[in-house]
Design a protein around this ligand. Sequence first.
Ligand SMILES: [Zn+2]
Length: 395
Amino acid sequence: MHYLIGNHSLMKRINRARVMNLLRINGTLSRAEMTEATGLDSKSLTNITGELLSEGWLESCGLSNPAIGRPRQLLRIRSDSESFIGAALNPGRVVAVRCGLDGAIQAKSFQDISPDADRESLMRAVFRLIDSLIGSFGRSGAARQIGFAAPGVMMPEGSGFLLSVNIPGFKDIPVGDMLAERYGIPVSIEDSSRSMAIAESWFGRARGVENFLLVDIDIGIGLGIYSEGRIYRGTSNSSGEMGHTVIKRDGPLCYCGNRGCLEALASGRALLEKISGIRQSGRYSSEDLNRLKEAAVAGDKEVVNLLKQAGKHIGMAVANAVNLFNPRMLIFAGPLAWEDSPLVESARRDLSAHALSSSLRQLTVQVSSLHGGAALGAAALALREVYEVEGVLTI
Ligand SMILES: [Zn+2]
């Protein structure tokens, strides 16, 4: 939990965000309950809720029915008063969601694209999907903010992406500026694995967990790091490159130039290359991984064995990460990480075998239950304007 001490307007923003968070988490509350939960005096609390009511962000929803005392007016967030868009580019697919002010998902949409699509086609698909979600928002037809996520190397200042090995056409794209210019609203950008971790914190397994890691097993492999209640981005916005940690000296050549990277041994791309016997950049989509999953579920021995092997490598890399970060929770996510996936089962075993018992003692290992996690995380990124102040989650 973090509190800032500052001037009056900063404190007001923090208190507004605290009230909004309380209602987001609890659904409906009376002013008396909010006064107690926030520690604010009742006059300040009434001022804040009055302001939020007049802005249309809150609405009253009947009276409480207490065992003792008089009934009190209940308040809740008016979900449809604002909309926030989250869009994510994956290899072969764009996914977008529209959330209401309380984070409730109002609409979700996706469009398949060629993994070889060029820059113009990719951006056209992103625009088209966002247009369709904004256009379907009834009253004002506009969104308040957009969040966008993609796998790749972000520009150090965070306005776009320098490259994405798994989406070759997505190169040198200041996507944040392009979206802001087209829609005229603020835009936030994030790496996919980090965005998936944000989604788990808002909508998934990691609600209320301050320290956790998310392993994103897709065409590539990434790590989302949540530390002390916030995402860790690193000095130049490139944290979480677990796919390029070396786990086998003199192992297979990785496209980053190194040998023996986790990604060259255990990523979706490495598995697809092993099966097809063809080494190529791009060209693979997350849909190819869904077919691998189907084959594994149907009992294809070759695929099951490949997934087990990959799981051993991932388990070892994850054991190192768990020793380094001592998280409360570790979440496996992505198309190859379903609940009884051979990959996850063997990764769990190798994690237990290689991590320190002190790192494992309080660790819970989970498999993500979210679909389209990166797009959900991007929507949560957009919602931060309401619920966070200067990156501080005001719960
Ligand atoms: Zn590498």
